[in-house]
Design a protein around this ligand. Structure first.
Ligand SMILES: [Zn+2]
Ligand SMILES: [Zn+2]
Length: 152
């Protein structure tokens, strides 16, 4: 578990989003990013754009302070169909039918994350994190849980 000061005022499930792997998208340079996946990670229709999983109002970066250094972590990106007002992308916004949470397979891995051990090993957004956890998407509209354990 993170310490209170590590959370920087965010609820755990929000702070936990930053630095996790993207799905079908990646950062290129600076704040630029590109879609790499052809399919929407929720419904598998053609993907048209990218969603910032950590809402931008939480800030562009999250400073994760670990014993050895401070990591400036960004939001993961999901390749989705639709737009901010249509399709699965809307599900994460106005519709709020879809919510993403990062889940650890073991409490030990969660400790490794907050201690910076996983970041030291692989850096932010690393695909290797799927060896320790996964994305759980709650789809309230269809009353189902979607688990995603790979980036493309
Ligand atoms: Zn979709
Ligand atoms: Zn979005």
């Amino acid at each position: 578990m993170p310490t209170m000061s590590q959370l920087r005022g965010l609820p755990l499930e929000r702070a936990e989003l930053f630095g996790k792997p993207s799905i079908g998208a990646r950062y290129t340079h600076g704040a630029s990013y590109e879609r790499t996946g052809e399919r929407c990670c929720i419904c598998h229709r053609p993907a048209t754009n990218c969603h910032h999983v950590a809402p931008r109002r939480l800030g562009e970066r999250f400073s994760l302070v670990t014993p050895d250094r401070t990591w400036l972590l960004r939001s993961p990106l999901f390749a989705l169909c639709g737009s901010g007002t249509t399709g699965c992308h809307n599900g994460f916004h106005g519709g709020s039918a879809l919510t993403a949470r990062w889940m650890w397979d073991d409490p030990q891995y969660e400790r490794w994350w907050w201690d910076g051990i996983l970041l030291e090993q692989w850096g932010p957004h690393a695909e290797e994190l799927y060896g320790f956890g996964f994305w759980r998407i709650e789809d309230k509209k269809h009353d189902r849980l979607i688990e995603i354990r790979e980036g493309n």
